[in-house]
Write a protein that binds this ligand. Structure first.
Ligand SMILES: *Cc1c(COP(=O)(O)O)cnc(C)c1O
Length: 230
């Protein structure tokens, strides 16, 4: 399937999921996850009008970013080591994997030095799988309170990853759990400004995530392809 066809197919599925759940299409943003593909394919996506690019490894992402001269809006979606913050800061406007205070401190320091603000999602391990990064739901409020005083990080919402399931329906409680956690945190006024965003849903489960309130879905395999067969 051509890249154009893939983009159109995803658009139809996103629209259908919005219609099923009575949501406005404009409230759901698609991040094209380009970690499996080359700089050239990433450039083609940008040519097709894709704006949001997601990558999970600094050592692969930064050379792509540089070759593409920072076209688009870049999202860091993978586990981020504190010693890699200096490589991604100023290039990635969104960090989806903020999961600890030490990382927040490093982001704050580097963003302040550049005079910029990074948008971040607090990554929450809703499913409780030990293989997953993210704070425990019960620890989210405390971490948010601490980060809320940092002036160069703006936490805009929460992010989670659901377990891989043969039946995507089984991911629904995880996505619902993230939405309910966000609503609770907002009701308790943990942050000065309410958390509006939910980054959840990948190729196998994004339709369920949209039905449960995702405002950002992160699509690699389905949208971009895996490897260079596109
Ligand atoms: C790879 C990755 C994705 C995209 O996965 P697909 O299943 O290929 O769509 C989304 N989010 C994160 C954090 C990833 O690492």
């Amino acid at each position: 399937m051509s890249l154009k066809d893939r983009i159109q197919q995803v658009e139809r599925l996103v629209q259908a999921a919005c219609e099923r759940s009575g949501r406005d299409r404009d409230d759901v943003n698609v991040v094209a996850v380009t970690k499996y593909v080359s700089m050239e394919t990433t450039g083609l996506l940008l040519d097709e009008g894709i704006v949001h690019i997601g990558e999970n490894r600094p050592q692969k992402a930064v050379p792509k970013w540089e070759a593409l001269e920072g076209r688009g809006v870049w999202h860091f979606i993978g586990h981020l080591q504190s010693n890699k913050v200096k490589d991604v800061i100023g290039k990635f406007q969104y960090i989806h994997s903020l999961d600890r205070l030490s990382l927040a401190k490093e982001l704050e320091k580097r963003a302040a030095a550049q005079g910029i603000t990074v948008s971040a999602f607090l990554q929450v391990n809703v499913s409780g799988e030990t293989s997953k990064h993210g704070v425990r739901p019960e620890d989210a409020a405390q971490l948010l309170r601490e980060i809320d005083s940092f002036s160069h990080i703006k936490v805009i919402g929460l992010m989670t990853m659901a377990p891989i399931e043969d039946d995507p329906e089984l991911t629904r409680p995880v996505f619902r759990g993230l939405r309910e956690l966000r609503d609770q945190l907002n009701a308790q006024k943990i942050t000065k400004e309410p958390l509006t965003e939910l980054s959840m849903g990948m190729s196998g489960d994004f339709e369920i995530a949209i039905e449960e309130g995702a405002t950002w879905v992160r699509l690699g395999t389905l949208l971009v392809g895996k490897g260079e067969e596109t």
